[in-house]
Write a protein that binds this ligand. Structure first.
Ligand code: HEC
Length: 166
């Protein structure tokens, strides 16, 4: 098989494997963050390497409903976090939704997770967008690169060391 042939088979495979598990998710229009929450910026925006710790927090707290890849689980009616309708929201809006939850539609509140760790989770949620697009040729940083540079960690609130997941 030619190089191009292998490449397109791989691209097709990636596209298929990143296919949303809950592609029909529609955001609840009544679940809107107040304007001042929407415009909040991620204080960790300049530290993309902290997404690695965000992933650990995600696996521990979120994967049971959203899946490890964030694609959502149809039977839980959870949001597919790779979808454009989610990714186009601001960091502040995602932070607010994670903090407050939407109890009536099954999304718990995570205000008990320290604030900076919630922002770390937002960093990780942003990497899911790159993953969803990788099948269509968009550039994305392999998740492993984020782990390699996670060593330069300072604040004790931020997750850096491996967490054992039962
Ligand atoms: C018990 C199941 C459950 C858990 C655990 C859970 N979620 Fe959700 N999540 C949901 C459901 C259900 C929705 C859809 C809510 C709706 O329809 O309004 C949702 C929606 C969301 C949304 C909103 C997407 C959008 O913009 O409309 C985000 C962001 C989100 N979850 C992130 C997280 C993160 C991050 C965690 C872990 C800290 C988490 N969720 C844990 C069930 C869950």
């Amino acid at each position: 098989m030619s190089k191009i042939g292998v490449g397109s088979v791989l691209a097709a495979f990636l596209a298929a494997s990143s296919f949303a598990q809950n592609p029909h998710y529609q955001p609840d229009l009544e679940w809107r963050p107040p304007t001042q929450s929407q415009t909040r910026e991620n204080p960790l925006a300049a530290r993309p390497e902290l997404a690695a710790g965000g992933r650990k927090l995600f696996v521990r707290n979120c994967a049971e409903c959203h899946g490890r890849d964030g694609a959502g689980l149809e039977k839980k009616h959870s949001a597919d976090l790779q979808l454009a309708v989610v990714q186009q929201e601001s960091d502040g809006a995602l932070f607010w939704k994670i903090t407050n939850g939407n109890a009536k539609r099954g999304m718990p509140s995570f205000s008990k997770i320290p604030e900076l760790q919630r922002w770390q989770i937002v960093l990780y949620v942003r990497t899911l967008k790159a993953r969803a697009e990788s099948g269509s040729g968009a550039k994305s940083q392999p998740p492993i690169a984020a782990f390699q540079s996670a060593a330069a960690l300072t604040s004790c609130f931020l997750i850096s060391t491996p967490i054992r997941i039962p």
